[in-house]
Design a binder for this molecule. Structure first.
Ligand SMILES: [Zn+2]
Length: 535
């Protein structure tokens, strides 16, 4: 089936321009996998430059088999006065594995003359020759026409020429960008319609920023005026006030404008995918976000709730299940017996009705305390194992303790002592670390790797702390998320508590217990199933 609209995600490139946005190459890979599962067509991964982080990402991506999405490498048109084939940036793009390349080029005379300071003709040549070079190197090429709407207001004739230059050079599409984000829907609609009429055979895309609060609206009217690709970022992250929110756009395009984009299953992943990206970025998902926010389908008691019971359509714009969201405020994406059973089956566990209900209840209680399992798949699986009796703890805890000492010269030293019992034997281990959690990790691992040597291979790749403000107590609650990897797989775990080190300890223990579980699964593939079949 050919889609009527192409979905283009710019989270990993443009989205990272937002304040405080940073993801490791491994985390970006996890986002790519989720976007692929969601059904996004094109994923902009950034510029495949020689800096180690980008290099690592492109190396990971080249080895990745995606079901549907294609990776886009992003760069600029050639520098002025340089042959395209001699331009370093372009050759790096051409040499990358990415089948699609997006080039940003100038459409505004103001920028051409004042910022790039080249003649109008040279700017057109820069666009045409760069596109032609990439197409000649076997790439599908897209032009991002930067500052297009400002350029259109200054000199529509020239703005059109920049698009034609790209098209004639073989670009498969040009994307009209509201780079400063200052446009309003009516102006965008008129400009897109005029371009559509002037260049009827050229496929168009739209790329909006949210400086007027209209990025989604501008993108929608652009589609209604003939654009057939929308660019955006997950949850609208991006510089300044952000990019067009692709999550909202997907729901609007499909559920409101009737475009056939995602299948039912994919669309139902919208909420979990949106939350996953927020969790990775260590942001609290916006509860009021359209379609996927926790409060998007929340109802106050009284008239609304009564109306909902009679007929949900009385107070809801759509059925929340369509986008994987739900009505009940306190219930997460994971709650619901069907989902729990599905997740259990994926982990090789068989759950009866009673166990599934118990887990749903447990998740609700834990969420009330501040747990969120969207990015803590490891902890969620352990929870299911514990509730179904299929879990063997690595050790029995007697106690742990940390000491943090700062000296007069500013040096800080951390030490931890862990006392645990394994198979009836007592282990007391002390270690130093660059922080209290690192010291605890080392001490605990010294003890347990004597019995489980492979646990030494587990690497804690990420440690994130968030102070939760949504709890009711007088004391702030701390949520700790740890991502771990054993080289074969990665998993996330969670700990919550009033004490940051105690919360970290929980997440740490889950990381190792999950790693042990996963390692055992890898050595004896049937073991997970056996455990599940136990009466
Ligand atoms: Zn942008």
């Amino acid at each position: 089936m050919t889609r009527t609209i192409e979905l283009y995600d710019a989270t990993l490139r443009d989205g990272m321009g937002g304040g405080g946005m940073s993801l490791t190459a491994q985390e970006k890979l996890r986002v790519v996998r989720r976007l692929d599962r969601l059904g996004v067509d094109l994923i902009e991964a950034g510029f495949p430059s020689s800096n180690p982080k980008e290099q690592e990402l492109f190396e990971l991506l080249v080895a990745e088999e995606l079901a549907h999405a294609q990776i886009v490498a992003f760069g600029m048109t050639r520098r002025r006065g340089v042959d395209a084939a001699e331009d370093e940036g372009l050759t790096i793009l051409a040499d990358s594995f990415a089948p699609v390349c997006t080039l940003v080029g100038k459409s505004s005379t103001l920028h051409v003359e004042k910022v790039v300071r080249v003649s109008r003709e040279e700017n057109l040549a820069m666009i045409a020759e760069s596109i032609a070079y990439l197409v000649g190197r076997g790439k599908r090429a897209i032009l991002d026409a930067e500052h297009f709407f400002d350029g259109w207001a200054e000199d529509p004739g020239y703005a059109l020429e920049t698009l034609s230059a790209a098209a004639q050079a073989g670009a498969e599409r040009v994307v009209l960008c509201d780079t400063n984000g200052g446009s309003l829907p009516l102006a965008v609609m008129e400009a897109v319609a005029a371009v559509r009429e002037a260049l009827p055979d050229l496929p168009l895309g739209i790329h909006c920023h949210d400086d007027t609060g209209c990025a989604v609206a501008n993108s929608l009217v652009a589609v209604q005026a003939g654009a057939t690709q929308v660019q955006g970022t997950m949850n609208g992250i991006g510089e300044r006030t952000g990019n067009a929110n692709l999550v909202t756009l997907i729901a609007d395009l499909q559920l409101k404008l009737g475009h056939d984009l995602l299948d039912t299953e994919q669309l139902a992943r919208l909420t979990e995918t949106a939350h996953f990206v927020d969790e990775l970025l260590n942001r609290s998902p916006n509860p009021a976000q359209p379609f996927v926010g926790r409060h998007a389908f929340a109802h106050k008691a009284g008239l609304h709730a009564a109306g909902i019971r009679l007929d949900a359509s009385t107070f809801e714009q759509i059925d929340p299940a369509l986008v994987g969201n739900r009505r009940d405020v306190l219930v997460s994406e994971l709650a619901g017996r069907g989902t729990v059973r599905e997740k259990a089956a994926a982990a090789g566990l068989h759950l009866d009705d009673e166990a599934a209900s118990r887990i749903v209840e447990r998740v609700k209680q834990l969420e009330h305390l501040g747990y969120q399992f969207e990015a803590a798949d490891g902890s969620f699986e352990l929870l299911m194992r514990r509730e179904s009796g299929a879990h063997e703890p690595l050790f029995q805890l007697e106690s742990w303790r940390t000491i943090v000492e700062q000296r007069a010269d500013g040096a800080v030293e951390c030490e931890a002592t862990v006392k645990v019992w394994i198979d009836g034997e007592r282990y007391v281990r002390t270690a130093e670390g660059n922080g209290p959690v690192n010291a605890l990790d080392r001490a605990l691992r010294q003890a347990i790797t004597e019995i489980h040597p492979h646990l030494a291979d587990i690497e804690l790749v990420n440690y994130k702390v968030r102070i939760l403000d949504e709890t009711h107590g007088t004391q702030a609650t701390t949520r700790v998320l740890i991502d771990a990897s054993d080289g074969r797989g990665e998993w996330g775990t969670i700990g919550v508590g009033e004490n940051i080190i105690a919360a970290s300890w929980q997440a740490l223990v889950d990381s190792l217990e999950y790693g042990e579980q996963a390692g055992r699964g890898a050595q004896r593939p049937e073991s997970a199933v056996d455990a599940g079949e136990r009466p």
